[in-house]
Design a protein around this ligand. Structure first.
Ligand SMILES: Nc1ncnc2c1ncn2[C@@H]1O[C@H](COP(=O)(O)OP(=O)(O)O)[C@@H](O)[C@H]1O
Ligand SMILES: [Mg+2]
Length: 325
């Protein structure tokens, strides 16, 4: 397995001088796995904990539970070794790139830090040219500074930086959210080409249903720090099982990204289905007993997990055709 996330939980603690420490649960026992070369789309509205999960996978923050990358546990002493295998692309390329370095220097930097390849200058130059071509920029961009590029070109450079060490896994946290629609669609096309050409594992995080559906092999839907549905992209899209997934798809039909803030997970709503208050199909049991994530696919079919008690009654509603994305 390329990535195994087992029972990962995370809590932010805010220390305040007067009120004492405030504990805020953000991730609640997340489980997911990714195969080599697979694209996993993590879908959910802002505030549900997507970036926090990405940071855990990248080893930028601590967590409870276990994360294994290419079979190796995420330990402190392995940081350098794992850094080569996992790279990140973030939302805003204008803050991700060092403004005083040229594109050439930015791309060369990971090679210098990790001392890979033959180490000669010409060899590094060759790898920089190769990566520039891969992300669709011509070699003349090497001498430019990030400020002299458009948003889309900057994101291409950021993706190039992530590719320099030939990682097995790229974590892309909303890589198109800071771009205008046409630049965003070019970057989406670039990801599609890259994953085909490089056999790259891609953890693609987004609040945009359409983007995730077109790019991912499998989708995980996250709501208030929990995975509420997970399965093959086609199955999740055509037969969404969880009421929240239905809601997301209905909202996305006229191509509206979901940018509204979700109600937050609190200690109080932990012991219930977190979507119960908004769900048109909820029953009193949804509030008193939290549902577990269970596989509901027929025998022999790929797993399709969902966290909903009312599934049997909901199947009646599934006759509705999926919106066209
Ligand atoms: N450093 C932090 N300290 C305290 N709370 C945080 C911190 N970062 C994020 N949060 C909170 O954690 C929740 C999840 O945040 P995040 O993972 O950024 O969500 P997403 O990426 O899905 O929008 C939010 O409610 C946010 O307010
Ligand atoms: Mg985020």
């Amino acid at each position: 397995m390329l990535l195994e996330v087992k029972e990962v939980s995370n809590t932010y603690i805010r220390r305040s001088l007067f009120a004492g420490p405030q504990v805020k649960p953000v991730l609640d026992r997340i489980n997911l796995t990714m195969r080599q070369g697979e694209t996993f789309g993590l879908l959910g509205e802002s505030g549900c904990g997507k970036t926090t999960l990405a940071k855990c996978v990248l080893g930028l923050i601590g967590y409870e539970g276990e994360i294994r990358i290419d079979g190796a546990a995420r330990e402190k002493k392995r940081r350098r070794e794992l850094a080569k295998k996992v790279q990140a692309v973030f939302q805003d390329p204008s803050t991700a790139l060092n403004p005083v370095k040229t594109v050439g220097a930015l791309l060369e930097e990971p090679l210098k830090i990790h001392r890979t390849g033959s180490g000669s200058r010409t060899e590094r130059g060759r790898q920089v040219d190769e990566t520039l071509a891969l992300v669709g920029l011509d070699p003349s961009y090497k001498t430019r500074f990030p400020a002299e590029l458009s948003g889309g070109q900057r994101q291409r450079v950021a993706i190039g930086c992530a590719l320099m060490l030939k990682p097995k896994l790229i974590v892309a946290d909303e890589p198109t959210s800071a771009l205008d629609v046409s630049a965003a669609s070019h970057i989406m096309n670039l990801f599609t080409t890259l994953r085909r050409r490089l056999n790259l594992g891609l953890l693609f995080i987004s609040h945009n249903v359409k983007a995730v559906y077109h790019l991912a092999d499998r989708i995980g839907v996250m709501y208030q720090g929990q995975i509420v549905e997970m399965g093959e992209a086609g199955a999740v899209y055509e037969q969404p099982l969880h009421p929240y997934t239905r809601f997301l798809l209905d909202c996305a039909a006229p191509d509206t990204p979901l940018n509204n803030d979700a109600p937050e997970m609190t200690e109080k709503n932990r012991a219930q289905c977190r979507f119960a208050r908004e769900c048109p199909w909820s029953s009193p049991r949804c509030v008193t007993e939290p549902p577990e994530l269970v596989d509901t696919a027929p025998r022999g079919a790929p797993p399709h997990l969902t966290r909903c008690r009312r599934l049997r009654s909901l199947r009646l509603f599934h006759k509705r055709p999926a919106p066209r994305l």
